[in-house]
Design a protein around this ligand. Structure first.
Ligand code: URP
Ligand code: ZN
Ligand code: ZN
Ligand code: ZN
Length: 510
């Protein structure tokens, strides 16, 4: 079999090796329902050299073109996962999926691009960026980077500018949790928000009150609650809501857009709803686990079963997921991520005597597209066009890479999935493509199946077989000042004149 399509590692199998064609293919997808966020129609899609060149009914092509029959199926933009952690050094260990295995899993589930979080090295953004460029060399699909900000000084401020102007990063994440590790204080958050605004980068927050979480953890240990359920009990929705509200208010004070990652509770969602209702620019990202799971797994008497569900903010009690789905379907929340951050059973066991040491994170990069289809489209909660919007298009728009990504239009990258609504999918750690030995969606059977994934103009997933190529993924630079910034300066001008008006009046009286 052709080596370039294979992963030689024994712990990870990529089946269907032997593809001889490493160059991109000319493909005609025939007769499917082509769905974009704004419109759907029965049409053919012609792909040439990695790009969509035509979308219309009855396209005629020559013999050497690969024909894919999509009759009765949906032809949609590949998923874009706005929130992943591949090869992430965290809590004394490193996530088990790297830029190859994580992306292979993504492609098998219909996701063709992801945005990962670069973590600075000792606070240095440039060192962090360099490290992630190295990690991502094994990529088999396109990817972009957000960057975390973990300390503040003039160098960090200067480097933020370099990252935006030269390195293709247009978003920075601030952790209000993980005290003693990634957590920052309000002073740093304010500096960061101001800098983000000036360079046109989107500020993202992990919204939990880290000081209060620390207190909650102490309380649990004092009560003798050391198991995985203590994780959820120590950081209730109240603390997520407080941090969400605080970040929203500070972003409002600076008048810069805010993106709240992994919205897990009704309380946090309601803070976002309230802010949006008042006209503030706040984007809310629920993740697959928060939408479709509940906290019952955390109470499993078997440590390993319970520990696999440990992530932050915690997966909440039944009811939160349904409310988050409703918020997504009505536009209160805008796009779905995964926070794919996988640790295997051996790694989760670091916290067997103390939940504070269980590495935080769950899988989802392979499952997101199927889970959202099954729980929201197959159940009738949203339309197919809305599905495309929340899994792909809105992410591309927010991070300013639309319509290169997130659309099937002439000129768009040929990142496309073909989903059969009459077929079904099944999730198991025995058949998934992540390197993890567990799956938080174990045993899930649902409607709708991604039968074909095309990434960069090549068929990479077909007949349940992956044909991925190490090193074929491209880094996608994301330019600053996406649409969420439109008009911000006008609001600033009217704010300033509203401050001056009473001052001038006062001067006139003297
Ligand atoms: O538990 C989680 N969410 N792990 C990944 C790091 C983060 O906070 O996004
Ligand atoms: Zn092979
Ligand atoms: Zn986070
Ligand atoms: Zn995360």
């Amino acid at each position: 079999a052709s080596q370039e399509f294979c992963d030689a590692r024994m712990d990870y199998s990529v089946v269907g090796c032997g593809g001889s064609d490493s160059t991109s293919q000319r493909i005609l997808i025939k007769g499917g329902t082509v769905v974009n966020a704004h419109h759907q129609q029965v049409a053919d899609v012609f792909i040439d050299n990695g790009i969509v060149t035509d979308v219309k009914p009855n396209i005629k092509v020559s013999d050497e073109v690969t024909i894919v029959d999509a009759t009765g199926k949906f032809v949609m933009p590949g998923g874009i996962d706005p929130h992943t952690h591949l090869e992430f050094e965290f809590m004394g260990t490193e996530t088990i999926d790297d830029f190859f295995s994580g992306q292979a899993a993504a492609l098998a589930g219909g996701t063709t691009m992801h945005i990962d979080f670069v973590i600075p090295v000792n606070g240095s953004l440039s060192s962090g960026f360099k490290a992630y460029v190295e990690k991502a060399k094994k990529s088999c699909m396109d990817y972009g980077f957000h960057m975390a900000i973990t300390k503040w000084d003039d160098t960090v401020a200067r480097e933020m500018e370099i990252m935006v102007k030269e390195k293709g990063i247009n978003s920075f994440k601030f952790f209000l949790a993980y005290k003693g590790a990634l957590m920052i204080n309000d002073e740093l958050l304010l500096e960061g928000l101001k800098k983000c605004k000036s360079v046109g980068a989107l500020a993202m927050v992990h919204a939990e009150n880290g000081d209060a979480v620390f207190e909650g953890q102490k309380r649990m240990i004092e009560l003798g609650i050391t198991g995985p359920e203590g994780h959820a009990l120590s950081r209730p929705p109240l603390l997520e809501a407080e941090a969400t509200a605080r970040a929203i208010r500070l972003a409002g004070f600076v008048n810069t857009p805010l993106y709240v990652v992994h919205v897990m509770s009704v309380e946090a969602m309601e803070e976002i709803a309230k802010a949006r209702q008042s006209g503030q620019r706040v984007v809310g990202e629920p993740v697959a686990s928060g939408l479709v799971l509940d906290d019952s797994g955390l109470w499993d008497p078997d440590f390993y079963t319970a520990a696999k569900f440990v992530m932050s903010p915690p997966i909440r009690a039944a009811g939160h997921g349904k409310a988050l789905q409703a918020a997504l379907s009505t536009g209160v929340l805008q796009l779905v991520g995964t926070d794919h951050c996988t640790f295997n059973s051996t790694q989760k066991a670091f916290g067997i005597d103390d939940f504070r040491k269980i590495p935080n994170g769950v899988n989802g990069i392979e499952e997101r597209m199927h889970l959202v289809w099954d729980t929201m489209v197959a159940s009738g909660k949203i339309s197919v066009t809305d599905y495309v919007r929340i899994t792909s298009t809105e992410c591309a728009r927010i991070f300013n890479i639309y319509p290169k990504k997130g659309a099937i239009l002439p000129g768009s990258d040929a990142d496309i999935i073909i989903l059969n609504p009459n077929s079904s999918f099944q999730i198991s750690s025995n058949s998934h493509h992540s390197r993890s030995d567990t799956n938080v969606y174990e045993g899930w059977i649902g409607k709708g199946k991604v039968e074909i994934t095309i990434a960069g103009g090549r068929i990479v997933w077909e007949n349940n077989e992956l044909k991925v190529k190490r090193g074929s993924g491209k880094y996608i630079k994301m330019p600053p000042f996406s649409y969420v910034f439109d008009g911000i300066e006008k609001a600033d001008a009217s704010y300033i004149s509203s401050l001056r008006a009473p001052v001038n009046r006062f001067k006139g009286m003297q």
